[in-house]
Design a protein around this ligand. Structure first.
Ligand code: FO1
Length: 320
């Protein structure tokens, strides 16, 4: 079975880890491909940072910092201390020493003309991840946040201002000039199942859908498209999706996000949507919107619960 997953960083990484765990126990051979958001990416101190690709890589490699949710386990910050002493970079954005190794590797490939997708393939080959990571695009499509008085890179809004500055709008800069990375459209058209990870709909899934050709490929795909709500009981599971959703006029609710994505039967993204048991009352309204819905436990507390959620998503796809 070929499974393609649209994914952001931390929540997506945990979902992918659960999916890999579940699929490993299934008979037959299966392939998982993650189409990963690059809207968080940026140049910093001469290095190309790719947070969502790295969060997924580290998590699937078992090298991630489970507490912070990003970066490497066993990390140190000696180089970061030197950068601060030189007044170089962002002192609110810490690059760990081991993490810098990843950024140096990626940047050295990019500087020699190797595109991000190939650089990612070479970097991730270091570990047996069991999942193919594809950036949504090899082009630099960075998410800009417009606030009262100006705009800034998503990463500054998120890490420096903790999304506390009211966002007026989000811009996926350069998206119209971008194209899907090699393999992305094939991963969609060739999938048996397409899953939308419980990632931030605005700054993680949105930038993937904004790449020309991706939405069309998803609409034309023969595979069922099943999404997992990143909102439980009217609250975000992690991160600050509520600040993002408010900016685009979407309520922080499992049904509102499903309606925001829209039913594929009417040109939207979804065939089915999983909500947490706490939101079971929302299932009828989601079904009325043309999206099959189910209520299951959605808290990804550990590997087993993440695997169970992945199993439920695949089961929902099989029912379509
Ligand atoms: N998040 C923070 O809140 N503070 C940081 O200093 C920080 C550094 C950082 C470095 C590399 C990296 O890949 C991610 C990092 N993050 C940091 C997390 C990052 O903002 C998020 O992973 C995503 O970009 C948002 O989902």
């Amino acid at each position: 079975m070929k499974i393609t997953v649209l994914s952001g960083g931390v929540g997506g990484a945990r979902f992918l880890r659960g999916l890999r765990e579940h699929v490993r126990a299934l008979p037959g051979d299966h392939e998982i491909t993650a189409i990963v958001n690059v809207g968080d990416d940026m140049w910093l101190t001469g290095l190309r940072i790719a947070p969502d690709l790295d969060s997924i890589m580290y998590t699937l490699a078992g090298e991630n910092d489970e507490v912070r949710g990003w970066g490497r386990t066993g990390e140190s910050e000696r180089v970061s201390g030197e950068l601060k002493a030189y007044g170089v970079g962002w002192d609110w954005f810490t690059l760990g020493d081991l993490d810098i190794g990843t950024h140096l590797a990626r940047t050295s490939y990019l500087r020699s003309g190797i595109p991000l997708s190939e650089a990612t393939a070479r970097i991730t080959a270091r570990w047996p991840l069991g999942v193919t990571l594809l950036p949504a695009t090899d082009d630099e499509v960075e998410t800009q946040v417009h606030v009262d008085g100006g705009s800034m890179h998503f990463q500054e809004w998120w890490t420096r201002h903790r999304a506390a500055l009211p966002a007026l709008s989000f811009e996926y800069r350069n998206a119209l000039q971008a194209s899907p990375a090699p393999g992305v459209l094939d991963a969609i058209s060739g999938a048996d199942v397409i899953l939308v990870a419980p990632s931030n709909p605005v700054v993680s899934i949105g930038p993937i859908l904004a790449i020309p050709g991706v939405r069309e490929a998803l609409l034309a795909a023969t595979a069922p498209v099943v999404g997992v709500s990143p909102i439980i009981g009217g609250a975000v599971v992690r991160g600050m999706a509520d600040a993002c959703l408010a900016a685009i006029g979407v309520a922080t609710a499992a049904d509102a996000v499903a309606v925001h994505y829209g039913p594929r039967s009417r040109g939207g993204l979804l065939d089915a949507w999983l909500v947490d048991d706490a939101d079971a009352a929302l299932v009828p309204s989601i079904e009325e919107a043309g999206i099959a819905a189910g209520a299951v436990p959605l808290w990804m507390r550990d590997l087993d619960t993440s695997a169970a959620i992945a199993a439920q998503a695949l089961a929902a796809a099989a029912r379509l």
